[in-house]
Ligand binder design. Structure first.
Ligand code: SAH
Ligand code: SF4
Length: 355
C-alpha cells in the first residue's frame, strides 16, 4: 500500500491519522512538532516516540522533501533552488536575504495560466497546481539549507518572512495555498507570523476577500497600470476582472481585516508604457476614488530572454516615485535581487532556467 505523505497534512489531519493507527491524541502534537518545529525527516530521530510507534509510522507514512535538482547563489547572496516533485514537475524557490532577516519566495503552481506579457513564468503554460505539501516543503528546503531547525524562538532568524510571489497565481489554487499558509504560520511549528507573510495576486477579484477571512496574511496586488485599457494590454486577466472589481475586492479585504492592513500595489515600470507623470497622476486618482489604505512598490522590470519590454530609466522611476510620495503614498523602488541567476521577480521558470 502506498505510504501517506505527512508534509502538508493539517493539524486536524495529523490527529486523524494518529487516531487511525490507534495512538493517543497527544502523540499527534509530538509528531507535529517533529515535522514542523524540528524539521526532522527521519522517524528514528523522533526520540520521544516509542520504538513500536516509530516502526508503525515508518511502515505507513513518509516525510518527503522535493529533490534539489540545482541551486545557485547570486553575487548578492540571493539563493535559488530548482526543485523537483515526485511526478518530475519542477518549480523554483528563492531566498532573498536582507541584513538581519530575509524572505523566502515560494511558488504555488507549475507555470501560470494568467499569461502576463512581461512575465517569464507566464510565458510557460500552466501544468498543474502545487499541493499544500509541495508549497510548505519549499520553505522547509530553505530552512534545511540555513539550518534553522528547530524554529528559532527569537526574532533573529534569517528566514523571517514569506512572500507568495514565486511561480503561479496563488488565487488560482486557493485551497492548497490556504492550507499551506496555515501550516507555515502555526505557532507550534514553523511559526512565521501572519504579519510576515505576503500573498501577491494578479487580481482574481472574487477570491481576494479570502486572503483576509481564511488566512489573514498581507495582500499585494500586481497592478502595473493605472487604467483598464493599459492593464488589459499587458495582463489579459484584466478583461475578466477589470480594475473596478479588483479595487472593490481590495476594499472588502481591508474591511474584513479591520482596516488596519495596508495593501501593497506592485507597479512594474515599463519604458514609455506606464511610467510617465500622467500615468502617476491617473494612479493617484484611482487610489483616491476607492479610498484604499495603500502603499506602492515600484518594480524595475527584469528582462528575460525573448521578452519585448524594456525597463524604465532610473530618472523616470525616481520621478514617478516622488509624485506618489508627494500625494501621501509610500512608494519605494524595489531593488532587483538575484538578477544574475534569473532569480528576480518574473524571471522564474521550471525548465532550463539554470542552463
Ligand atoms: N502571480 C502572482 C504572484 C507571482 S508574480 C502575481 O502576479 O502577483 C510576483 C511579482 O513579480 C508580480 O508583481 C509580478 O507582476 C512581478 N513580475 C512578473 N514579471 C516580472 C518581470 N519580468 N520583472 C519584474 N517583476 C515581474
Ligand atoms: Fe502569473 Fe503572476 Fe507571472 Fe502574471 S505575473 S503570469 S499572474 S506568475
Amino acid at each position: 500500500m502506498a505510504k501517506t505523505e505527512l508534509i502538508g497534512l493539517s493539524k486536524e489531519e495529523i490527529a486523524q491519522e494518529i487516531a487511525k493507527i490507534g495512538e493517543k491524541p497527544f502523540r499527534a502534537k509530538q509528531l507535529w512538532q517533529w515535522l514542523y518545529l524540528k524539521g526532522v525527516t527521519d522517524f528514528d530521530k523522533m526520540s520521544n516516540l516509542s520504538k513500536e510507534l516509530r516502526a508503525k509510522l515508518k511502515e505507513n507514512y513518509s516525510i518527503t522533501r522535493p529533490k534539489i535538482v540545482a541551486e545557485q547563489i547570486s553575487k548578492d547572496k540571493t539563493h535559488k533552488w530548482l526543485l523537483e516533485f515526485s511526478d518530475g514537475q519542477r518549480i523554483e524557490t528563492v531566498y532573498i536575504p536582507e541584513e538581519d532577516r530575509g524572505a523566502v519566495c515560494i511558488s504555488t503552481q507549475v507555470g501560470c495560466a494568467v499569461g502576463c506579457k512581461f512575465c517569464h513564468t507566464g510565458s510557460q503554460k500552466i501544468t498543474r497546481n502545487l499541493t499544500a505539501g509541495e508549497i510548505v516543503s519549499q520553505f522547509m528546503v530553505a530552512r534545511d539549507a540555513y539550518q534553522e531547525w528547530p524554529t528559532p524562538t527569537d526574532e533573529t532568524r534569517y528566514l523571517s518572512n514569506i512572500v507568495v510571489m514565486g511561480m503561479g497565481e496563488p488565487l488560482h489554487n486557493p485551497e492548497n495555498v490556504v492550507k499551506a499558509l496555515k501550516i507555515l504560520s502555526d505557532g507550534e511549528g514553523i511559526a512565521i507570523s501572519k504579519r510576515k507573510i505576503t500573498l501577491s495576486t494578479s487580481g482574481i477579484a472574487p477570491k481576494i476577500p479570502l486572503v483576509a477571512t481564511d488566512i489573514g496574511v498581507k495582500l499585494a496586488i500586481s497592478l502595473h497600470a493605472p487604467n483598464n485599457e493599459k492593464r488589459s494590454q499587458i495582463m489579459p486577466i484584466n478583461d475578466r476582472y477589470p480594475l473596478e472589481e479588483v479595487m472593490k475586492a481590495c476594499q472588502e479585504y481591508q474591511r474584513l481585516s479591520g482596516h488596519n492592513r495596508f495593501i501593497t500595489f506592485e507597479y512594474l515600470m515599463l519604458k514609455d508604457f506606464n511610467d510617465t507623470p500622467d500615468d502617476a497622476h491617473e494612479l493617484i486618482e484611482l487610489m483616491k476614488k476607492y479610498k484604499i489604505g495603500a502603499k506602492f512598490n515600484l518594480i524595475p522590470f527584469n528582462p528575460w530572454p525573448g521578452c519585448s519590454y524594456e525597463p524604465s530609466s532610473n530618472n523616470r522611476v525616481r520621478a514617478f516615485s516622488k509624485l506618489l510620495e508627494d500625494a501621501g503614498y509610500e512608494a519605494p523602488i524595489r531593488v532587483a535581487r538575484g538578477q544574475d541567476i534569473l532569480a528576480a521577480c518574473g524571471q522564474l521558470k521550471s525548465k532550463k532556467s539554470l542552463d
